[in-house]
Design a protein around this ligand. Structure first.
Ligand SMILES: Cc1cc2nc3c(=O)[nH]c(=O)nc-3n(C[C@H](O)[C@H](O)[C@H](O)COP(=O)(O)O)c2cc1C
Length: 220
């Protein structure tokens, strides 16, 4: 679970203590919190990252050796239009630049809430950059000796934003039909599969959590 305890994506003594507890809890697999593959992809300024030599070194320092047969997993993600948000106990709202926020991006220029600044619609160049960031983070995870990687495609974050027709209204190859909307998350998964030998999973939300549209009327 997101700890919101990092600065600049760096793991620290909070994580060391937290992970030590979990690794000695009797669980067979311990999943590290949603970890951003680039700084812009953090949900909040307090989120953990794995996008640079510094964030990799901090994670290496804070992650204790797993005891016995315990395996370690990491969830890699990008928050997309839900990035740049206040920590939950500070209200969770989108932060503007003056509050320490940053510009957000998503499949389409549609905000999560109607009152929010719309995200920048990702270009092909952006999609290439984010793919490379997922690949690089998976490689860093392998280097750290992490056994399992989970691709975060749930909870309204970037890859879920591609999956959902509510947030993905692209008319190019990355939107439209089910095949179109699944194409970018599939591309990221395949790219990570090429560089990460261990088990690779995906977290998806079974629902968008949106209210049902009222029925159009009685069926004839
Ligand atoms: C503080 C907090 C942090 C969370 N962090 C993550 C996370 O990093 N990755 C993730 O997939 N889910 C995360 N979740 C969602 C939980 O994994 C879980 O899906 C949610 O709490 C609902 O589970 P429940 O129905 O068993 O209560 C987080 C939830 C909370 C409350």
């Amino acid at each position: 679970m997101c700890q919101y305890a990092s600065t600049n994506g760096l793991a620290n003594d909070w994580h060391l203590t937290h992970w030590t507890n979990l690794l000695n809890s009797g669980a067979g697999l311990v999943m590290l919190e949603a970890t951003a593959v680039e700084a812009e992809g953090r949900i909040s300024p307090g989120c953990l990252g794995l996008w640079s030599d510094d964030t990799e070194a901090a994670l290496a320092n804070a992650l204790p050796q797993a005891p016995g047969d315990v395996r370690v997993a990491i969830q890699l993600g990008h928050a997309g239009r839900k990035a740049s948000s206040a920590k939950p106990w500070d209200g969770g709202a989108l932060l503007d630049m003056a509050e320490g926020g940053w510009p957000t991006s998503g499949p389409s220029a549609l905000p999560h809430l109607p009152t929010e600044t719309p995200p920048h619609e990702l270009t092909e160049t952006d999609l290439d950059r984010i793919e490379a960031a997922f690949v690089c983070a998976a490689q860093r995870a392998a280097k750290l000796g992490i056994d399992v990687v989970e691709m975060h495609a749930a909870h309204g974050y970037l890859l879920h934003q591609f999956l959902s027709p509510l947030s993905n209204q692209r008319t190019d190859a990355w939107g439209g039909s089910f095949d179109g909307r699944t194409a970018y998350p599939t591309r990221i998964f395949k790219a990570m599969r090429r560089v990460f030998d261990g088990p690779l999973g995906v977290r998806v939300s079974a629902t968008d959590g949106a209210p049902k549209k009222p029925a159009a009327g009685p069926r004839s």
